[in-house]
Design a protein around this ligand. Structure first.
Ligand SMILES: [Zn+2]
Length: 542
């Protein structure tokens, strides 16, 4: 056979082809969204699509032209191809968009959690969308010029790309501006620019917050002496939908144990963010959502203040992803990798592991602190998706058949709902078991508080999972359960009556209240405490 030496291609041609591929095929979710909104079919719809696609291609061309150097160009294009294929798959499958919070989440994801997201369809998308073009790219020899000439060409390419972006914006300014204003989600769909922008934003957000923490509540002290010390178990829930709890009026009895346990449930509670990484640090912060988002320095959190007051604090975490920095300065333990044969089958521990050996864990905390009181935080795996079915032991699969695919749109809505509701039924059991454990701690006045970090979309309007930008997210991603159980001794000592809390079930409460509510329950006095934000203060008799 006659082996032909293929001629080197100008680098700009390859840059152009890669940009065009990502702008068109990589933006399938954008085209679907435009069609779903009726914009594609409307007058001038195609022009809008061509403008948006052209802008993405031109911006990519400008960016890649800057990087057209022999060792740099091919690896960079390959990375972008994979980022864009991944982004397209997730946006298409779960109807999510990619913003700074999503990038923070992704960067903080524990790689052990990733296997829950792998599907054959994803492998196929990566093969066709990224691996195949990368293979072609590697086979093509590129024509690189002497560096001075190349530098000029690169500058020219960047300039041409930027000029094309500006020209496209000017040419269709009116329809473009009104579309972007009316459909803010579109900007988060421009793949892969959204991921680049979001990663930059996440990195920048991390940097501008100074590392040294502002002290909070250094004046904290216990207000009352005498009587038994108090013990609070704060169960930090994962992906809890308020509306799927039987005690909140759901049409299924997902929470029989809580119903029997005489708890009070705030049915009108709202989260700080729509993802774990956004919500958890905000929940424990003294700042409240607005000030937290605007902060220039990180501060000490609720757990620091409890420690300043002399209480014993322990964080027990059943998520491989951990506590997002919240528990760094208090005793903490991670249970997600334990080897309990019953509670940890196939490498993942069920949430009951949080209660295993709990007496010993408490006994190992400093005795002089325990005498003042104890706060245990249990961070659940809860209803973490998309592999809902993996969260529940067989005995709690009360609603069948359940969806077992990680590709949620494949599942019948009823089976998806079943799989999710089973996770709530199991959480109900974990909370019931926690309450029974607390009832045996006669040496303390005990209480349990359960609050979830955010909610979840289960296919409503074709949305799945969570993590949409807060302003765009539907209520189901933000409406969270907030459930309180107080032992009779705790009620008497604190003057907070469960019956009163029940009468306040519809009072609007947000994660902003958690910091102050826990300080109130634990009788911690400090200048950082704000009584109007204490969700229990209104029910305090004395
Ligand atoms: Zn979460």
């Amino acid at each position: 056979m006659n082996k032909r030496q293929s001629r080197p291609l100008p680098a700009a041609a390859v840059v152009g082809a890669a940009s065009a591929w990502m702008a068109t095929a990589g933006n399938a979710p954008l085209w679907r969204e435009l069609q779903g909104l009726g914009l594609l079919q409307a007058h001038g719809g195609w022009l809008l699509a061509i403008t948006l696609g052209g802008m993405v291609a031109a911006a990519l061309f400008a960016l890649l032209s800057l990087a057209t150097w022999r060792p740099l160009l091919k690896p960079l294009i390959a990375v972008l191809l994979f980022v864009s294929a991944l982004g397209a798959y997730y946006m298409w499958t779960f109807h999510i968009v990619i913003d700074g919070a999503m990038a923070t989440n992704t960067l903080q994801t524990d790689w052990r959690e990733v296997k829950g997201l792998l599907t054959w369809r994803l492998v196929l998308v990566l093969l066709l969308g990224a691996a195949l073009p990368t293979w072609l790219l590697w086979r093509v020899p590129l024509l690189h010029r002497p560096w001075r000439q190349q530098a000029w060409r690169n500058a020219l390419g960047t300039f041409a790309g930027l000029a094309a972006v500006i020209a496209l914006v000017l040419l269709s300014f009116q329809p473009l501006a009104s579309t972007m204003r009316n459909h803010k989600e579109i900007r988060y769909l421009l793949n892969p620019l959204n991921a680049l922008w979001a990663t930059g934003q996440a990195a920048f957000a991390g940097r501008h917050v100074q590392r040294e923490l502002l002290p909070v509540g250094r004046d904290a002290k216990l207000l009352a002496a005498g009587g038994k010390p108090r013990m609070l178990v704060l169960v930090l829930g994962e992906t809890g939908r308020s509306g799927n709890f039987g005690i909140n009026g759901y049409d299924r009895d997902t929470t029989p144990e809580l119903a029997r346990a005489d708890v009070a449930s705030f049915r009108n509670a709202w989260s700080c963010g729509t993802s774990t990484a956004a919500s958890v640090p905000c929940m424990f912060s003294p700042l409240g959502r607005d000030a937290f988002l605007a902060r220039e320095r990180d501060t000490e959190d609720l757990l620091d203040v409890l420690q300043h007051a002399g209480l014993a604090v322990l964080w027990i975490d059943n998520q491989p992803g951990g506590c997002k920095g919240v528990c760094d300065r208090v005793p903490n333990v991670n249970t997600s990798q334990l080897k309990d044969p019953l509670l940890c089958p196939d490498g993942e521990c069920r949430d009951e592991i949080l209660l295993a050996g709990l007496d010993d864990r408490v006994a190992s905390l400093p005795a002089e602190r325990r005498r003042n009181g104890v706060v245990l935080v249990m961070h659940q795996m809860g209803s973490h998706g998309p592999a809902y079915a993996q969260r529940t032991p067989a005995a709690f699969k009360r609603f069948l058949p359940e969806c077992t695919s990680n590709h949620l749109p494949d599942c019948e809505p009823a089976t998806l709902r079943n799989a999710y509701d089973n996770t709530i039924a199991y959480t109900d059991h974990v909370l019931g078991a926690t309450i029974r454990w607390l009832q045996q701690r006669a040496d303390y006045d005990t209480a349990m508080l359960y609050v979830a970090d955010h909610g979840e979309s289960l296919g409503e309007n074709n949305l799945y999972l969570h993590g949409l930008p807060y302003a765009l997210a539907p209520d189901v991603q933000k409406h969270v359960p907030w459930i309180t159980w107080l032992s009779p001794g705790f009620e008497q000592a604190s003057g907070v009556a469960t019956s009163c809390l029940r009468r306040n079930a519809q009072v609007h409460v947000t994660h902003d209240a958690l910091f102050h509510s826990v300080l109130g329950l634990m009788q911690v006095g400090t200048s950082a405490y704000r009584r109007p934000l204490d969700a229990y203060a209104g029910c305090q008799q004395h």
